[in-house]
Design a protein around this ligand. Structure first.
Ligand code: GLN
Length: 545
């Protein structure tokens, strides 16, 4: 079968959930047994998302091969249940970097290098290459931004060309728009959609399908009207109303016949999809056996997207434990002098997520101590592990003033220190320890019980590590090193990947970010264990209450 391409564009406003639409299309095609990949185009000039503020763009998602990508790649991996790679996130920066390098190498000798065809060819080549490398049958390509943006023009031109490069039934163009509902006059407004499609048509793309985002389902007569004004077949205008859980979107789309419409345009055999996983997951989310509350002591508490994969991993762990996980956001800065019992009231467990920079660090250290001393389940992710080690060093191992050199370069006890290979690093783009690294899980530890195996792969994104020079002293004081990087035995205990505490119901820290590997259908083991411990904690406190 030749590669099939589905192109998703968006209009009217940004933030409509193109990523979720793309992921959901992927899910309903995966449910039909196809090998699907998804590619996100980000028209900004940055080479990757690694150097951008999480406060503005949300989390930086890390792929197994160590690319720092847009958070939509995380949605794709979770909905498609497949590992994606560097090529799945395409940016203007990458395209121009290559085109300019090629020009300097003389590859375009004697030619004037132009947006059309040189830049557009580079874009098309990258899309095709990624789809092939991922061994996909169908590639869903999402163009970030909104039609009409100056920066997305070369990408729109490139995807436009696909319709003639490929046979007719190998491409499908879907446009997602907002249909606002005016409460005062109680009506849906379709004009913005009409304008958006007109803009798309002005660059030569006639959408085959429209998906209308709105608060409520858009009624049929409205969809017919949109069809009439946009030159789209009435049977190909769908409605995507607000839902409570993201995982409902594939079901909402399938119910309306989106899958059938895709099959028809792409010339695929009609198949009855298996979407039972999503149905089961939704059932748990709507009717959980338990509801637990987890406090996240972080820095970006007003921007949940900055912790997207973490929140999703908690959700997956909830589904596995038939529980709904609610989050209590706790601003780490407020913990520096605040009343901890008050801050964590009602929470069944405490999580300290990854992070960079000194702001709020002492508050997180107090949170770790509070969890350790009061035997409240604690999960420390990356920075959260480092925090737990600093706290343990100070309070239990007697290393007063212990710190990470990231926060105090002159500390007398640098228990967390820059990794040696980072000393030679010059720039800040893509220079951390990134992506998959193996972890040797030590038998007899809680971590081993969770993973049920001796070797686990998790994704990383950090510059600092537990200082090997202090490991012996920490272990003597009672810290359990439950995971190490294998094959580094020459260096003390080996690079610390995970820690835990004896005599505590659940106190686990990981240098990696297991949330990036968590899937709705396969919860990350440490997260699953953490949520189970939170459920147990809730039961205990209920008995004593
Ligand atoms: N700032 C810490 C480091 O660079 C932790 C990073 C993280 O939490 N992702 O090692």
């Amino acid at each position: 079968m030749p590669m099939k391409y589905i192109f998703v564009t968006g209009g009217v406003v940004s933030g409509l959930g193109k990523g979720i639409l793309t992921s959901s299309l992927g899910a309903i095609l995966r449910g039909r047994g196809y090998r699907v990949t998804a590619i996100k185009i980000d028209p900004y000039v940055n080479v990757d998302a690694g150097t951008m503020r999480p406060y503005e763009h949300g989390e930086v998602f890390v792929t197994g091969d160590g690319a720092e990508t847009d958070l939509d790649i995380g949605h794709y991996e979770r909905f498609l249940d497949t590992d994606l790679a560097r090529g799945n996130n395409l940016t203007t920066g990458q395209v121009y970097l290559t085109v300019i390098q090629k020009e300097r190498m003389g590859e375009y000798l004697s030619q004037t290098v132009q947006v059309i065809p040189h830049v557009t060819d580079e874009i098309k080549e990258r899309i095709r290459k990624t789809a092939q490398e991922q061994n996909a049958e169908i590639a869903v390509v999402e163009v970030g931004g909104t039609v009409g943006d100056i920066e997305s023009l070369p990408f729109l031109e490139a995807i436009r060309q696909f319709q003639f490069d490929e046979e007719e039934d190998n491409t499908l163009y879907i446009h997602l728009t907002l249909v606002p509902y005016l409460r005062t006059s109680e009506e849906f407004k379709t004009k913005p959609t009409q304008h958006s499609v007109a803009t798309l048509r002005s660059v030569g793309i006639q959408p085959d399908m429209l998906v209308l985002r709105s608060e409520q389902a858009v009624p049929e007569e409205m969809r017919k009207k949109v069809a009439l004004f946009t030159n789209v077949h009435p049977s190909a205008v769908f409605s995507s109303p607000d839902v409570e859980h993201l995982y409902e979107v594939p079901l909402v789309l399938e119910e309306q016949g989106v899958g059938k419409a895709v099959e028809k345009k792409l010339g695929l055999e009609p198949v009855i999809p298996n979407l039972s996983f999503w149905q089961d997951a939704i059932r748990v989310l709507h009717q959980p056996d338990e509801v637990v509350k987890i406090a996240i002591a972080g820095k970006y508490v007003k921007m949940p997207d900055a912790y997207l994969s973490l929140l999703e991993a908690l959700k997956h762990a909830g589904i596995k434990n038939k529980a709904r996980v609610e989050v209590k956001w706790v601003d780490a800065e407020g913990l520096i002098n605040g009343d901890l019992a008050d801050a964590f009231r009602g929470a069944d467990a405490i999580l300290v997520p990854g992070g960079f920079g000194v702001r709020g660090i002492e508050g997180k250290i107090r949170a770790a101590r509070y969890a350790r001393e009061n035997k409240i389940p604690y999960l420390g992710i990356c920075l959260g592990l480092q925090i737990a080690v600093i706290e343990f060093a100070r309070t239990v191992a007697g290393l007063e003033g212990a710190n990470s050199t990231e926060f105090d370069p002159y500390t007398s006890y640098p228990v967390i220190d820059l990794m040696p290979e980072q000393l030679e690093v010059a720039g800040l783009g893509g220079t951390m320890r990134l992506g998959d690294w193996p972890m040797e899980v030590r038998p007899g530890t809680q971590l081993h019980q969770l993973y049920g195996k001796e070797l686990a792969n998790e994704r990383h994104r950090h510059r600092y590590e537990v200082n090997p020079g202090f490991v012996d002293r920490l272990v003597k004081a009672g810290l359990v090193i439950s995971g190490v990087t294998p094959g580094m035995k020459g260096r003390g205990e080996g690079l610390v990947e995970a820690i835990e505490l004896k005599g505590h119901p659940f106190f686990v820290g990981l240098q990696s970010h297991p949330e990036f590997n968590s899937r709705p259908m396969r919860a990350s083991p440490p997260f699953a264990g953490f949520v189970a411990a939170a459920i147990e904690q809730k039961r205990k406190t209920k008995i004593f209450a």
